[in-house]
Write a protein that binds this ligand. Sequence first.
Ligand code: NAD
Length: 254
Amino acid sequence: MYEDLKGKVAIVTGARRGMGKVHALKLAQEGVKVVVSDISEEDCQKVVDEIGKTGEEGLAVKCDVSKKKEVDELVKKTIEKFGKIDILVNNAGIAQFKPFLEITEEEWNRTLDINLRGYFLCAQAAAKEMTKQKSGVIVNIASVAMGQQGVGFPNLVHYCASKGGIVGMTEAMALELAPLGIRVNVVAPGMIETPMIDPIKQDPKAMEGLMARVPLKRVGKPEEVSNLVLFLASDTSSYMTGAAVVIDGGWLAG
Ligand SMILES: NC(=O)c1ccc[n+]([C@@H]2O[C@H](COP(=O)([O-])OP(=O)(O)OC[C@H]3O[C@@H](n4cnc5c(N)ncnc54)[C@H](O)[C@@H]3O)[C@@H](O)[C@H]2O)c1
């Protein structure tokens, strides 16, 4: 579908399951060589095996995005194997549902370390490589919980802080990286069918309440978000940088 993606090299973080896995598979279908990265190398290898069945090449790399050493190793291994980085999909994330008054400092730090500092570490390390070729694309996965949208998310204070941070960080990065040929955008999904929403699904009443606010009356599919990630990764979106694109079944419009 996107001819220009053929032969490109992408890193997708948090790609052993959920949306990251689907982004990796969909990129591979476009002819992209994908580095599948997450906290379990075994799970990543399974995704790479799936990629192999489509005839594309992949690489599984264990990387905890909150650890700079592991992020540097991820970039090093990508360069060793494929020689360049064209696309980074910053996707790894955690969501802990807990009342504000009970969140410990450790829990706050863990969420921000993975969801925000991890994005910074991966983006900086990847961008340093992208500058060498004067081209590249970074897609940062935030959330409708990024703030300033007229919808609040109780019991997710640390998650919301991290997702809002991603948007501010992306805008500033976009300004600095535009002269270097690198575009940076945010994808802000609403509720998407992945293991992350299992705790919400366990409470049918909460789920019903949330769905009542979504005009399309359903949870989104990971593939639907991947379609947007592919668009932002390809030259088709060549005039877009510093943007936050919402994909939420109309939730924020309501
Ligand atoms: N599912 C939703 O409704 C929804 C909505 C908006 C945004 N998001 C965002 O989408 C992204 C993907 O989430 P998902 O819904 O696929 O959930 P998921 O839990 O299936 O995927 C998250 C992935 O991140 C990985 N991960 C966690 N900590 C990590 C770390 N320290 N280093 C590297 N990888 C780590 C997990 O192992 C997992 O594979 C996340 O950033 C999430 O915040 C999800």
